[in-house]
Design a protein around this ligand. Sequence first.
Ligand code: ADP
Ligand code: MG
Length: 454
Amino acid sequence: MNYEELWELVLAELELQISRPNFLTWLKKSALVEIRQGEAMIVLPNYFAKEWVEAKYNKLVFGLLREKEPSVKKINYAVDSGLFVKKNEPVKESPAEKQLSFAETRLDPETGLNPRYTLGSFVVGSSNELAYAASQAVVDCVGKRYNPLFLYGGTGLGKTHLIQAIGNEIRLRHKNQIHVKYVSSEKFTNDIIWAIRNKRTEDVKKAYRNVDVLIVDDIQFIGGKEKTEEEFFHTFNALHENNKQIIISSDRPPRAIPILEERLRSRFEGGMIADISQPDFETRMAILKVKMQEMAETVPDEIISLIARLVQKNIRELEGALNRIIFQAKQKGGFDLGQAEKLLAEMITRDNVNITPTQVIKAVASFYEISPTDLLGRSRKKEVVEPRQIAIYLLREMLNMSYPYIAEKMGKRDHTTAIYSYEKISRIIEKNGVFQQKMIMIKELVGKPDSRVV
Ligand code: ADP
Ligand code: MG
C-alpha cells in the first residue's frame, strides 16, 4: 500500500468520526507524504488547517494511522499549499516551495524570530516609508543611530513583520554573531513575574541585558504594570548605555499609552519614532502580489484588484481575503470574479440582521464539536471554556447584544463574565492571525443548515 492509499483509508474513517464542516474545512485537503524512522509527515493546505489539526485531531489521526501502520510513532505536520493544486499527481518536491512553507512553522527558540519576516518581503509604500527607512538605518548602524526605534500603528499594518525583519536582517548581516532577542511585551511581563516568584530575578535580568538587540512587540500592554515597567526601565537603561539597540512597537505613540510612567515615556521619545498608517490602493495591490507569489499561486488581476479595492484597513485581513479566495477557487475548480465578489461581500458587510443568538451558539458548538448544552453549562474544562468565550464574543460582535443579555442567554451567567470573555477574545484576535481565520470560519457557519449539532 502506498502513502496515498494508506491516507485514503485514514481519511475515510476520519470522515465518519468528525462533523462534516470540520472534515471539509480541515482535513479533506491533506496528504501523507512520508513515513521515515517512525515519523509520519502530514501536509495541509494552509497554516490554520495545520494549527487546527495539530491541536485538535492529532490524537485521533495518530490512533487511526497507527492502527494501519504500526511503525508510526509520531506525526509531524507541515503546510504546503502547492501540493493541492493538481490532484492525483505524484508528489514532487520543489525545494524552494517546500522551504517557504516549512519556514512558516519554524521559530528560532534562541532569538524568538520567525524567518518568514524579511525586509525583502515587506512592501514599501507611502504608508510605511518612514518606518521602513528607519528600520534600514537601524540594520546599517546597529545601536548607533536610532535608539530606541519606536514604531507604532494600528492592528495588522505590519509592525511585527517589520521589527522581526530588522532582527532577521541583522542576524544575517553579522552571520549570527550578534545576539538578538525578540519578545512580545506579554512574554516580557511573564518572565518578570516568573522571576519574582521563583527568586530568579538575577538570571532573567542577565538574559535580557546580555543581548545586542532587544525587540519588544506591543509595548502598550506593559502600561500600568508597575513591576514590569520598572524592570523594563532598568533593562532599557542598561542596554542603552552600552549602545545596544532597542526596538519597540506599539499600537499608538508613547504619549497615548495610558498610565505609562513618565520616565519611560521620555526614554521612548528620545529615539526615533515612526508610524505606519493604512496602505493606499497601489500598496495593497503590491502586497497581494507578493503574498500570491509567496504561496506560489496565480490569481487573476481583476480579482486581485477587487480584493485591494474592498479590503482597506488591515493587511492581515487583506491576506485573509486572498487566502479565502484561493481556497474557494480550489474547491470550485477555478477563479471566478462573480464568486469572489460574493465571498468578499459576505466577509465584509455580513448582514447580521436575521441572525439569532441560538444560531450563533449552535455554530460555535458545531465548530468545536461539543453540544450546545455543554457550551452553556458550568464545566470549566478547557474544551468548553474557550468555545464559550468565543460564543460570547460573537454574540456581542455580530448581534450587538448587551452584556447582561448575553450573560442571560449564555446559561444565566454573571455579566462580568461576559465582559471578561469579550475582552479576552478581542485581545487574542488582535494578535493571532490563525485565530482570526477561525472566527471567519465560525461566522460562516452561523445560520447554515449543515452546521450539524452533535
Ligand atoms: P501588526 O503587528 O502591525 O499587527 P503584522 O506585522 O502582524 O501586523 O502584519 C500582518 C500581516 O500583514 C503579516 O502577515 C505581514 O506579513 C503582512 N504585512 C503587513 N505589512 C506588510 C507589508 N508592507 N508588506 C508585506 N506584508 C505585510
Ligand atoms: Mg503585531
